[in-house]
Write a protein that binds this ligand. Sequence first.
Ligand code: GLY
Length: 376
Amino acid sequence: MTAPVRNSASSIIRVALGARAYDIVIGRGTLASLGARMAVLRPGARAAIVTDENVAEHHLAAARHALAGAGIEATTVMVAPGEGSKSMATFERVCEELIAARIERNDLVVALGGGVIGDLAGFAASTVRRGLDFIQVPTTLLAQVDSSVGGKTGINSRHGKNLIGAFHQPALVIADTALLDTLPPRQFRAGYAEVAKYGLLGDADFFAWLETNWQDVFAGGPARERAIAVSCRSKADIVAHDERETGDRALLNLGHTFGHALEAAAGFSDRLLHGEAVAIGMALAFEFSARRGLCASQDAARVTRHLAAVGLPSSIADLDRKPGTGELMDLIAQDKKVRRGALTFILVRGIGQSFVASDVAAQEVRAFLEEKIAGS
Ligand code: GLY
């Protein structure tokens, strides 16, 4: 008999994408409802869980138990933890294992892990048998509030990150906030940068709430759930209006142009996690906006103060190696393609007031970075 779907203390957010619409189920213990929800979504389907060795140690048994409780047969595809798994070789192996396990069009792939697993498993699902549906079960804060929602899937090329991929929306996202209890504090903090991003890009009240309540978000409980739900609601709204990033979805990249360059300069390594780079990138985006007279310098100072208060790096001075201006400008140009000397950036008119600026002179960015690096 199919186990009942437990709704207690969970919030459900709908990503309104017509025929590709789906729910994000957020709450403590929601992983236990995976099998029941899958049985409702796709009666009779089998599951292939794609996960990594670290996540498997903590959460695979619970995921398998939830599926078994609904009578769902599951196979597991295991990959090595880390960004290195977003490679052509691992992608090929995952596809071959899904085919060998006879996962068919009516079956479901379950991505159980952080952003690497979601991107890799989602991309494999988008191509095997010309497209399988998949469920995201994000196990990091960053994946719960960002990468598991919105359908961006992919792997890395030798030329850069995420250059091979597809838009492939999940059929369901289950964000069990209790899974975050086992995250190392540094990983949780890095994910928190993306939570703060939603306040900074479009919701000043949410940012003010975070300034007061961030310690409760870190501690777990209702404040954590609220922060994740507000973040997912914000992302769901943006994605519903601009699935393919032809307009406002780009606002989700606040802090990411500077951030990606810093991350690349640190060799995409544990020296600087993605969320940490985004934290510095957001502080720089506010300072750059203030320098251009777009936003009050008090707002920029407030952003830096909050990021520093939670223990995130918030300036170039916080890096273990100071990058060169030329190095950062080369990386920004690779990431964003300079058009006649102009770059596209997400800038701000204040907290919660971001916009896409496609007329930013590369020379101005260079001068700003020179000042920041010299002063750090
Ligand atoms: N992480 C940015 C986006 O999903 O568009």
